[in-house]
Design a protein around this ligand. Structure first.
Ligand code: IVH
Length: 716
């Protein structure tokens, strides 16, 4: 970069685009030098200046933000130099709570799920939440065989060679350890080691922003000897697969890990009430600054492992644990602009473009402003927030960044408001297609009514369709989608999902070859076509998620797909379902089946039904199904259980478990739980006070058992 650079305000769009391209390449090169080769060429300050310049240009020219922009690429991308490891048991994350009230709610929800009486003692462990990287260490026959990062929870990176260099991690376990055991915990770096090493590195080049990044960079080294030179440590606090139980309680199990030579945290304590948990939280918070390592909260876990087992998991986190986070990091900066983004469902979302600012070690340039009311100073319930203060362009704002979530604007600094700052007027027209943007009563979100004619929505739908958790088509990033979407040449145009899959055939018959177009080239075109062809078969859950139906995110898509198993059955079910009209209407049986799926309520069901009822969706779907085959889902849960594949209805009072637990248990055993009795019901579990459902079951000749018989059946 030249020393005499133009002020950002004076750049033309063309100059800005060129500079962003150059910066992306330059920063990527320095990242490689730094992370991959451990041989930085420039100082930390120079490196930061490059990133800041990049951020400043992006604020001014948001439409030029590149797919490979350094502001989007956080740290070094998965290097690809490490193999992958599929975790024997998924590595889950934790739910976060922030207030005392949330902790009370958490304990109450655990008690409710377990139907645990208020007067019966329920113990939790409380321990620091270490700010490092989670790691799973697999031991077989007492020997460390693999070490893997968390990755996406299902698959992580194999970092065994690097982990073996950490002194604190035992290579072998004593004879009393189970034959197979996965010890899980956090790799971290002590703050004093971090400071000392960072100082030494400052002489040669670049430094790390915090111990966590340093630990992450150290683990990613290609050369294990490089990792060896970094003082990494490890706290054990959990486990994955084990061939024999470790203990009866969390506390004892961790103590056992300690007895095998793992470092365990000595701030872990047992708490027997919410008050004790909160007292522990405050005690740990008070010690935070004097601890030699970074922590970002306190983790509470149900102590009894049999109760943990009963509580089980939600999609991404256990029901038996939660993280009570310390307050997030904050900073002030200037709000340069408010930009409206149009999502795939037409939602207009205001995004704050900020004067770049470092919040807790990360440069922040964008933050969410949630919605129209939020900008005005009105909260979700219609009550004033920030004492009614609105947010205006030019304001000095307070930005908060908590963990990995999108930064948000909390408040403004009223004294710093420029005299000419005007209240922000939220557009009532879609910035992309000009259609009216309307806000329905009771909704916080304003939506573009352009539907199919709105290019922003269409582009977002396509982007969603090819995204990682949907069709996962590599080589079709934002830029490429826009290129194909806006192309007038019929052999190069993609306006619907099906057209992605017909591109290759259209290209074959065309003289305008993609490979001759700037930014494409023969190899990348070949790769793109291979990536597309590789997705002609996808699981039903991905297929459904990719359709981008409102309220059907990944989790709901999985729930629905695993219920119907085939796409045909799913489509039939949703097409036949009739949305109830008014209160007394229970809907037809197809509707009942849909809302009977665990976790699927009326709002989600309605969105699905409406989607399949819409003629143009059906057309688009038929076209897509000519190109792509959804692969049936495997039935989940324990297929060997006596209730696997059965449809079960619970009715009346349950005495040994809550309704939620009953449902979760049945599903774990591979049963479907329905809310009402129909011909499709296989089994009714009736407790005292059962009424009409019991009668219906008897009338239909369906097997009825009581709660004790249920336990006998599933445990036998
Ligand atoms: S328990 C099934 N305990 O926090 C849940 N996690 O935000 C197992 N973490 O991915 C995790 N300290 O990397 C647990 N004392 C602690 C922890 C801890 C840090 C990390 C862990 C996890 C993340 C979730």
């Amino acid at each position: 970069m030249s020393k005499t650079q133009k002020p950002v305000d004076e750049l033309s769009a063309e100059e800005a685009a060129d500079e962003l391209a150059a910066l992306a390449a330059e920063i990527a090169r320095h990242d490689r030098l730094y992370h991959g080769d451990d041989a930085p060429e420039i100082s930390d300050a120079d490196y930061d200046a490059l990133r800041l310049r990049n951020a400043a240009i992006e604020v001014k020219f948001p439409e030029l933000v590149r797919e490979d922009s350094p502001s989007r690429v956080v740290g070094a991308a998965p290097s690809g130099t490490f193999g992958q490891v599929v975790h024997a048991k998924p590595m889950l994350s934790l739910d976060n709570v922030f207030s005392d009230e949330d902790v009370t709610d958490f304990v109450a929800s655990v008690r409710r799920f377990l139907a645990f009486p208020a007067d019966r003692e329920l113990a939790f462990t409380a321990e620091p939440k270490i700010d490092g990287l989670s790691m799973s260490l697999r031991y077989e026959g007492g020997r460390l065989v693999t070490a893997a990062t968390r990755g996406d929870g299902t698959t992580g990176e194999n970092v065994t060679a690097n982990i073996r260099t950490i002194d604190e991690i035992p290579q072998t376990l004593p004879a009393d350890a189970p034959d197979i055991v996965e010890v899980r915990g956090e790799v971290y770096m002590r703050r004093d080691d971090f400071i000392a090493l960072n100082e030494r590195m400052a002489e040669t080049g670049r430094t790390f922003a915090n111990p966590r990044n340093f630990a992450a960079g150290s683990l990613r080294q290609k050369d294990p000897e490089m990792t060896r030179s970094r003082p990494l440590k490890f706290f054990a606090y959990a486990w994955g697969e084990t061939s024999a139980p470790l203990a009866e309680t969390q506390f004892e199990a961790v103590r056992r890990l300690g007895s095998w030579g793992f470092r365990v945290n000595d701030h872990m304590a047992i708490c027997r009430s919410v008050e004790e948990m909160l007292a522990r939280y405050r005690a740990i918070e008070a010690e935070r600054a004097s601890l030699p390592y970074d922590i970002d909260g306190v983790v509470y876990k149900v102590d009894r492992l049999d109760l943990q087992e009963r509580l089980g998991f939600r999609s991404r986190s256990p029901r038996w644990a939660t993280a009570h986070k310390f307050p997030a990091e904050k900073a002030t900066t200037v709000l340069n602009a408010i930009e409206i983004q149009v999502g795939r469902t037409g939602a207009l979302t205001p995004v704050a473009r900020l004067e770049p600012v470092t919040v807790g070690g990360v440069v922040v340039t964008n933050a969410t402003l949630h919605n129209e009311d939020y900008i005005k100073g009105i909260g979700q319930n219609g009550q004033p927030i920030r004492e009614g203060r609105d947010i205006r362009v030019g304001d000095t704002v307070l930005v908060q960044r908590a963990g990995d979530v999108i930064p948000q604007i909390l408040d403004i600094v009223p004294e710093k408001r420029p005299a000419d700052a005007e209240p922000y007027v939220f557009p009532d027209k879609c910035p992309a297609c000009g259609s009216h943007a309307v806000r329905e009563e009771g909704e916080a979100v304003r939506r573009c009514t352009g539907g199919l004619i709105c290019p922003a929505q269409a582009v977002e739908r396509l982007r969603h369709f090819v995204s990682r958790n949907a069709f996962d088509i590599e080589g079709l990033g934002e830029k490429q989608i826009e290129f194909f979407f806006n192309n007038e040449d019929p052999s190069l145009r993609i306006r619907s999902p099906a057209e992605i899959f017909t591109l290759k055939a259209r290209q074959a018959d065309s003289l305008t070859k993609l490979e001759n177009i700037d930014g494409f080239g023969a190899t990348s075109v070949k790769k793109l076509f291979a990536a597309i062809d590789g997705r002609r078969e996808v699981p039903v859950s991905r297929f459904l998620f990719a359709l981008g139906i409102r309220h059907i995110g990944e989790t709901n898509a999985k729930r629905i797909a695993r219920h119907y198993l085939s796409f045909e059955a799913l489509r039939r079910g949703a097409s036949e379902a009739e949305i109830p009209q008014g209160k007394g209407d229970p809907g037809n049986s197809a509707w009942q089946e849909l809302v009977g799926i665990n976790g699927i309520g009326a709002i989600v069901a309605e969105a699905a039904v409406e989607f399949f009822a819409e003629a143009h969706n059906r057309e688009a779907l038929d076209a897509l199904l000519k190109e792509v085959t959804p692969v049936d889902e495997e039935p989940v849960g324990d297929v060997s259980s006596p209730v696997a594949g059965k449809t079960v209805v619970f009715t009346g009072a349950l005495e040994r478990m809550s309704r939620d637990e009953a449902k979760a248990m049945a599903e774990r055993l591979g049963a479907k739980v329905a809310g009402s009795v129909s011909k499709k019901t296989d089994l009714v579990v009736a407790g005292p006070g059962a009424g009409s459902k019991l009668k219906q079951a008897t009338d239909l000749g369906i097997e009825v058992i009581d709660e004790d018989q249920w336990f006998e059946r599933v445990s036998g």
